[in-house]
Design a protein around this ligand. Structure first.
Ligand code: NAD
Length: 480
C-alpha cells in the first residue's frame, strides 16, 4: 500500500547516509495492516564500530565543546525549526510504523520541538560553583562531558525519547551514537535529516538501526563509549548494565512500569474515570508510565469500573488512516504476549470486564481491556502488559492502598485521586515512584524530571535534572 514515505532508508554515520556494511535490511511492518512499508538497514557490529569511531573523532576534535554554549542552544532551536517543516512526514511515519493516530503523530513532533527548545534554552545556564578555600587559592567546578554517549531507544516513542537524550548530550558537549528501534525506526531518521540540515557537525550524532542483539549489544559493550542512556525493558536493561559494569561507565536507565492510580472514595468519579482511561488506553497502553493498575476504595469500586468501561467503549479501535482513536499494538509478538497474560488473568480467577481478545482483522489490535477482582499476588497485577489492559484491585484503607501500590518490583509513576489535600499528600509522600500525579494522570511536562525508582531504573530524563546525567563534575583548584 502506498504510504507517501520513501521505501528504502539509510543509517546516518559521520554525516553520511549509508546502508548496513553487509547490505542487510529489516522489513518495517505497519502494525495496523501487517504489511511491509519500508526497508531500513540491519546494522551490526561493523556499522556500530564506524559510528563510534565517528563520534569519538567528533568528540576528540571538540566539535561540540568548542562551540559556545549559546551556539549549541541555537543549534537545538534550528533543529526544532527544521523538524517543524517535516511535521507531515513525521506524523505519517509515526502512524505507519508505530501505529499512532495521525493527531498523535503531530503531537510527537510538537513534543520533540519542545524538548529541543527547552534544552536549547538551558545550554548556556549549566553553571559550576566557586568554592572558597581562603587566601591564595581559587577553586571552582566545571561540568565535564563524558565523551561518546551510547543511546538505545524503544519503539513506543522513539522521536521525543531519542531527541531529548540527543539534546542533553549535545548541549553538554558530548557526541552520540543512537541505536534506533527496529520496529519503528523511521521518525529518528527524519530527525537525523533535520539535524543534518540544521548544521549539526559531522559525526556529532550518528543513528544506526538494527536489532538489539546485533547492534544494541555491540554498542553498549563497545570499548570506546563513555556513557549509556537506555530506555527499554528491565530484562534488556540488566544486560546493558552488565556491559556498563564491565567498563565502569555510567548509565541512565529508563525502564518499565506497573504504575498504580490510587482512587479514594471521595474522588470525582466521572473525572477520574476519564483520566484513568486516558492513562491506560492512550497509544494502546504502550507507554512506560501508563496507569496500568487501578487501586480503588471498595465502596466506589463498581461505580468507577462501570464508568471506565463506558469510557473504554467510546474508543474506536483501528488504523490511524481510518481515523480510529486507538491504534494497534506494535507487533504480532507483542499482541500474543499480551493475550497470553490476559489468559493467565482469567485462569487466576480475575473477572474480565471487557476486551481481552484481539480483533478479527488484519493488524495487531487489542480492544481496551479491563480486569476486575484482581488480587495483588496475581501475575497480571505484577507484570507489565505494555498494552491497553487495566487491572483493578480494591482496597479498604490508605495504608493498604500504599502497600499494594508499592508492592511490585517497579517504581516508575503513581497517581492519587481524592478531594482531600491532606490524604493526597500523605499518600504521595509514601508512594515509591519517580513521579506522582494528583487528580490528573501525567501532570508534568518536558520541564519536570522523569525516571524510575526500584527496577524502573535510575537517573532522570526531562527537566534540568536530566543534564546532570550527561556531565561529571570536575573540580579545579589553583594555588596562586
Ligand atoms: P526492549 O528492552 O525489548 O528494547 C528496547 C531497545 O533495546 C530496543 O531498541 C532494542 O533493540 C534494544 N535491545 C534489545 N536487546 C538488547 C541488548 N541485548 N543490548 C542492547 N540493546 C538491546 O524494550 P521494548 O519492548 O522495545 O520497549 C518496551 C519497554 O520499554 C517497556 O518495558 C517500557 O516500559 C519501557 N519504556 C520505558 C520508558 C521510560 O522512560 N522509563 C519509556 C518507554 C519505554
Amino acid at each position: 500500500m502506498a504510504t507517501g514515505l520513501q521505501s528504502h532508508w539509510h543509517n546516518f554515520i559521520d554525516g553520511a547516509w549509508c546502508d548496513a556494511a553487509d547490505g542487510r535490511t529489516i522489513a518495517v511492518t505497519d502494525p495496523a495492516t501487517g504489511e511491509t512499508i519500508a526497508h531500513v538497514p540491519r546494522g551490526g557490529k561493523a556499522d556500530i564500530d564506524r559510528a563510534v569511531a565517528a563520534a569519538r573523532r567528533a568528540f576528540n576534535d571538540r566539535l561540540m565543546v568548542s562551540m559556545t554554549p549559546a551556539k549549541r542552544g541555537e543549534l537545538m532551536f534550528e533543529i526544532a525549526r527544521v523538524l517543524g517543516t517535516m511535521a507531515d512526514e513525521v506524523a505519517v511515519a509515526e502512524m505507519r510504523d508505530n501505529g499512532k493516530t495521525l493527531a498523535a503523530g503531530y503531537k510527537e513532533v510538537e513534543l520533540t520541538q519542545r524538548y529541543l527548545t527547552y534544552y536549547g534554552g538551558l545550554a548556556d545556564k549549566l553553571e559550576g560553583r566557586q568554592i572558597p578555600l581562603g587566601d591564595g587559592i581559587i577553586d571552582y567546578t566545571v561540568h565535564m562531558p563524558y565523551g561518546v554517549s551510547a543511546q538505545i531507544v524503544p519503539w513506543n516513542g522513539p522521536l521525543p525519547v531519542g531527541a531529548r537524550s540527543i539534546a542533553c548530550a549535545l548541549i553538554t558537549g558530548n557526541t552520540v551514537v543512537l541505536k534506533s528501534p527496529e520496529d519503528s525506526p523511521l521518525s529518528l531518521f527524519i530527525l537525523a535529516r533535520a539535524m543534518e540540515k540544521a548544521g549539526v557537525p559531522k559525526g556529532a550524532v550518528n543513528i544506526v538501526c538494527g536489532y538489539g542483539l546485533e547492534a544494541g549489544a555491540p554498542l553498549v559493550a563497545h570499548p570506546d563509549i563513555d556513557h549509556i542512556v537506555f530506555t527499554g525493558s528491565v530484562e534488556t536493561g540488566k544486560s546493558v548494565l552488565r556491559a556498563a559494569a564491565e567498563r565502569v561507565i555510567p548509565a541512565v536507565m529508563e525502564l518499565g512500569g506497573k504504575s498504580a492510580a490510587v482512587v479514594y472514595a471521595d474522588a470525582d468519579l466521572d473525572r477520574t474515570a476519564k483520566n484513568v482511561a486516558r492513562g491506560i488506553f492512550h497509544h494502546a497502553g504502550q507507554i512506560c508510565s501508563a496507569a496500568s493498575r487501578l487501586l480503588v476504595h471498595h465502596s466506589v469500586h463498581d461505580a468507577l469500573v462501570s464508568r471506565i468501561k463506558a469510557e473504554a467503549e467510546t474508543r474506536t479501535v483501528g488504523p490511524g488512516v481510518e481515523g480510529a482513536t486507538m491504534g494497534p499494538v506494535i507487533s504480532e509478538k507483542q499482541l500474543s504476549r499480551i493475550e497470553a497474560l490476559c489468559a493467565a488473568g482469567v485462569s487466576e480467577g480475575a473477572t474480565l470486564v471487557t476486551g481481552g481478545k484481539r480483533l478479527e482483522r488484519d493488524g495487531f489490535f487489542l480492544p481496551p481491556t479491563i480486569f476486575a477482582g484482581v488480587s495483588p499476588a496475581m501475575r497480571i497485577a505484577n507484570e507489565e502488559f505494555f498494552g491497553p489492559v487495566l487491572v483493578v484491585i480494591p482496597f479498604a484503607t490508605p495504608e493498604e492502598a500504599v502497600a499494594i501500590a508499592n508492592g511490585t518490583d517497579y517504581g516508575l509513576a503513581a497517581g492519587v485521586f481524592t478531594r482531600d489535600l491532606h490524604l493526597a499528600h500523605w499518600t504521595a509522600d509514601r508512594l515509591v515512584a519517580g513521579q506522582v500525579y494528583v487528580n490528573d494522570w501525567w501532570v508534568g511536562g518536558v520541564e519536570t524530571p522523569f525516571g524510575g525508582a526500584k527496577r524502573s531504573g535510575y537517573g532522570r530524563e526531562k527537566g534540568q535534572e536530566a543534564l546532570l546525567g550527561y556531565v561529571q563534575t570536575k573540580n579545579i583548584g589553583i594555588r596562586l
